[in-house]
Design a protein. Structure first.
Lengths: 145, 300
């Protein structure tokens, strides 16, 4: 089962003020803790985090949310709605911890962030669980819900 | 007795060391400090936030609130007002001379007026406020529009250094200006200063033993800058500085951090600064300077 997480909504619920930016450790911690509660309630091992409405993401927040979720709570982390600025914060964090995650591109095909070998294993696991499938063009995409 | 500290006529990161030396001497001598800015002609964002940090230092330890004489140059006075400096200074100095009061006026070259940073919420405010105009300003300097997000990240991480490590508040200012004397190009500048504990004291509990007698401000800066060490044991900590360096380096920019008696610098191709400078006049806390130059412009 995939758990869908609207990161912007989590941010709005976690900190006072109507911010669209995921910056600072305390904010990252508050958002992560809210996401953790959601994940524990649902019991899903796979999370699809939608960053579409998130503005800036800094390194501290990326580390606090992405790295800690992957290390503690989540088997597979899928990203949706990432722009280049988000990737600039997330990729060094994944590299530092040797972690991998999966990115859904705008054309809905999946790509790997982080170590290629680990990422490919994640894609294979998603296919095996019938959460993702090979497209006619040989790419991997999520199975439509 | 009042101890005089001259504010340099051209007050930026280069003249800051001379200023810090004069302040250190005045504090050693004892008495109330008078910051004399009457001859100030120009101050960079670094000078402006650094002067606030100096005001905080000079009023500590039971000393009387320091005095400050305002610049006599009307243009300088007006600029400090527009940059929001007096709004913050009023709480730190007994100001002598007439100066502009009220909120800073929006100005094309001031992306972020001098702004206090005390808590994570202040960092949110700062990042929210700069993004729209930063995008236009950075594009105007020839940077890819995607550079805006990296700029906001660098600003966020620099401000967070205060919240996470300083043990006190600090200030940030962001401006664009034409750096005729040094580079003959326009630059975008982020300056962040606090008068808190600084890198050495922050890292001392976890790092000092490894360095033994060599432990110093310079060693602390080097440990944070090169090895990404942090006082927190969390393995993800200490990466903010690396992120700033990576971003600034991509645009051939300059980043330097002064703390205590040392300064470490990511030196760009257009600058002749040294990477690590030790033995500077002491100044508490950390002072961060980030300069992003216009891309493809003429060099000096």
């Amino acid at each position: 089962m995939i758990q869908h997480i609207d990161v912007h909504a989590m941010l709005q619920q976690s900190v006072p003020g109507l911010y669209a930016d995921l910056v600072t450790r305390p904010t990252g911690r508050a958002v992560r803790e809210r996401i953790e509660r959601e994940i524990r309630a649902e019991g899903a091992g796979i999370a699809l985090m939608d960053f579409s409405r998130v503005g800036c993401l800094d390194y501290s927040c990326a580390d606090e949310i992405v790295a800690k979720l992957l290390r503690q709570e989540i088997t597979v982390l899928l990203f949706r709605g990432l722009h280049d600025g988000h990737r600039e914060a997330i990729e060094p964090v994944l590299a530092r911890h040797g972690l991998a995650a999966v990115l859904e591109r705008p054309d809905r095909t999946l790509d790997v962030l982080g170590p290629q070998e680990t990422g490919e294993a994640l894609l294979a696991a998603l296919i095996e669980q019938r959460i993702a499938e090979r497209t006619a063009g040989g790419a991997v995409a999520l199975v439509p819900a | 007795m009042t101890r005089l500290v001259d504010v340099p006529a051209q007050f930026d990161d280069r003249s800051f060391d001379q200023f810090a030396g004069a302040l250190a001497q005045a504090l050693t001598d004892g008495g109330r400090v008078l910051f004399d800015a009457h001859a100030a002609e120009w101050a960079s964002p670094y000078g402006l936030v650094g002067l606030l940090a100096a005001g905080e230092v000079a009023g500590r330890g039971g000393r009387e609130k320091p005095l400050l004489t305002v610049p006599t140059n009307a243009e300088t006075l007006s600029y400090w007002g527009r940059a929001g400096w007096f709004r913050e200074a009023a709480a730190l100095f007994e100001i002598h001379g007439r100066y502009p009061r009220g909120a800073p006026r929006p100005e094309s070259e001031v992306l972020l007026p001098v702004t206090a940073v005390r808590a994570a919420g202040d960092v949110h405010e700062v990042v929210s406020r700069i993004q729209e105009r930063a995008s236009a300003m950075l594009a105007d300097l020839g940077l890819d529009p995607r550079a805006t997000m990296g700029f906001a990240m660098a600003l966020s991480e620099a401000c967070q250094n205060i919240v996470e490590h300083a043990g006190t508040g600090g200030w940030v200012a962001v401006q664009r200006y034409h750096w005729r004397r040094r580079l003959a190009r326009r630059v975008m500048v982020i300056a962040v200063a606090d008068a808190g504990v600084g890198f050495r004291q922050s890292l001392e509990p976890t790092e000092a033993r490894r360095y033994g007698d060599r432990w110093s401000d310079a060693m602390a800066l080097e440990a944070a800058w090169i090895q990404g060490v942090s006082r927190f044991r969390d393995p993800g900590r200490g990466q903010g500085l690396k992120g700033i360096r990576t971003y600034v380096g991509r645009w051939d920019g300059k980043v330097s951090i002064r703390s205590g008696t040392a300064r470490i610098t990511g030196v760009p191709s257009w600058d002749d600064d040294v990477v690590l400078k030790d033995g500077l006049p002491p100044f508490p806390g950390s002072q961060v300077l980030i300069i992003i130059p216009e891309q493809g412009g003429p060099t000096a």
